[in-house]
Design a protein around this ligand. Structure first.
Ligand SMILES: [Mg+2]
Length: 238
């Protein structure tokens, strides 16, 4: 039996950026790396079927079926600089980040308390899930390459915005349905008030995670500063 603040839960769903991971890792490490590698990486990838598929998607997106390679690269760079979530760009960023992890250009950041508790809960049989705006592929890469080791085995499932916006309660209803758990028995941890409100509207239990730099939360929300402070109790089943 798992209790959050005295109420039974069956699973914990975590946000990544600002919750398990310092926002600065994504903003100051991953995005600049993808930006800097974009032209060279995509240039090499262009002749391959994978590269061709990305270029086709860029051309479809801008409605110019004959857009030359150089112009496609310019478009991808412009989207990347504007931090736009366009599918071919997200696919390409995922491939570039995979290369960066493989080459050990960086390790992903996971707060020590988050890594310790995720591993601990997993050992105790608590079902854990991720819901993040980064693609599922990027989520798996991130948790596979932390300084604390590969944390992906801790998770039973990963959800991204292909399920829906994190600010809409319908997304949380869909996730609960796919997890086959009553909404009231799911706990969501996030640093974003809008996400927490949407999850609450869907009937989930929520707790705000306030890391250094996170703005204050509206009154009434339970707030912790690290995972150690979460009022979660795991009782061995009789
Ligand atoms: Mg977040």
């Amino acid at each position: 039996m798992i209790l959050f603040d005295g109420r039974p839960i069956q699973a914990i769903v975590v946000d990544i950026e600002g919750t398990t991971t310092d926002i600065a890792f994504v903003k100051s490490v991953l995005f600049p790396y993808a930006l800097q590698r974009l032209r060279g990486f995509m240039g090499d990838l262009a002749p391959t079927p994978e590269g061709q598929a990305i270029l086709q998607q860029v051309r479809a997106e801008v409605g110019q079926p004959d857009l030359p390679l150089e112009a496609c690269l310019d478009q991808l760079l412009a989207w990347a600089k504007a931090d736009q979530k366009i599918t071919p760009l997200k696919t390409l960023q995922g491939l570039i980040w995979a290369e960066g992890y493989r080459d050990k250009a960086y390790y992903s950041h996971v707060y020590k308390d988050a890594a310790a508790y995720l591993q601990d809960w997993h050992r105790q049989g608590v079902p854990l899930y991720v819901y993040s705006s980064g693609s599922v592929a990027a989520q798996k890469l991130l948790f596979a390459h932390t300084l604390e080791g590969d944390l992906t085995p801790c998770f039973q499932g990963f959800f991204d915005t292909t399920t829906g916006s994190k600010l809409e309660s319908a997304s949380y209803r869909k996730i609960a349905t796919s997890m086959e758990i009553p909404p009231a028995e799911i706990l969501f941890l996030s640093d974003h008030p809008g996400e927490l409100a949407a999850a609450q509207q869907a009937g989930w239990q929520v707790c705000a995670v306030q890391r250094p730099g996170t703005p204050d939360f509206p009154a009434g929300l339970p707030v912790v500063h690290d995972f150690e402070a979460l009022p979660i109790v795991v009782q061995a089943s009789a």
